[in-house]
Ligand binder design. Sequence first.
Ligand code: FES
Length: 153
Amino acid sequence: MSQVTEYSEKVMDHFSNPRNVGEIENASGVGTVGNAKCGDIMRMYLAIDENGIIQEAKFKTFGCGAAVATSSMATELVKGKTVQEALLVTNKAVMEALDGLPPIKVHCSLLAEEAIHAALWDYAQKNQITIEGLKPPVTDIDETEEFYQQQEE
Ligand code: FES
């Protein structure tokens, strides 16, 4: 992928009109991650059916435009996939689907990948299953509950 220096049309589109914003009640898996570099936060909700297919994905991002655009694209990419296939939705895959991100914003796309992994980890824990190749999330943060509640008031 060639290096880009400004936001692509797709990034602008997903930033201005993000898909799948919100929450899923009784989600199969929820993951909350934070970006250590900037302090931005993303929460991902997945609804996974009994065949292990992701039926629905929603997110909330308190972060920059690139983080919003990558979360939006990530939710679009994981929908309809099996949990195993969803592991292949890496930050690189998300960036490619968005026609790239400026190098300074590449770290923002990691939030989306980590949030998917954290939500899948939560799903695996709840169902006592092992998802091959899935590692425990390093930045899963539960102490943001208060922060989220404040936002919702
Ligand atoms: Fe924080 Fe982009 S600057 S996620």
